[in-house]
Design a protein. Structure first.
Length: 95
């Protein structure tokens, strides 16, 4: 029984990886660079930059990011790979 559960998790991970690769390729073809700023991330997920700021402050709703500096208004960059993985992993399936 446990091996079938592991197989299911492996199959889900493989599907998420495949979807992440597809998303990553699509974003690259749209002209995004390997690192994107908050405005570009907001464009991808169809929200405002203030929403992205809220996601960052609350700690959810966005992938891992790099903050360049320690100032409150320091530049934030997202890796396009992390964005694709995050989007692939947050898919909610409905009945």
């Amino acid at each position: 029984m446990k091996s079938s559960t592991n197989l299911s998790k492996a199959a889900i991970n493989a599907l998420q990886l495949d979807e992440a690769v597809t998303i990553y390729s699509e974003l690259l073809s749209q002209g995004y660079s390997l690192f994107i700023n908050k405005k570009e991330y907001a464009d991808i997920v169809s929200c405002s930059t203030s929403s992205v700021d809220n996601f960052i402050r609350k700690g959810y709703g966005c992938p891992d990011y790099k903050k360049l500096g320690h100032a409150k208004n320091a530049k934030v960059l997202f890796s396009l790979i992390d964005v694709a993985n995050y989007l692939a992993g947050t898919t909610i399936k409905t009945a």
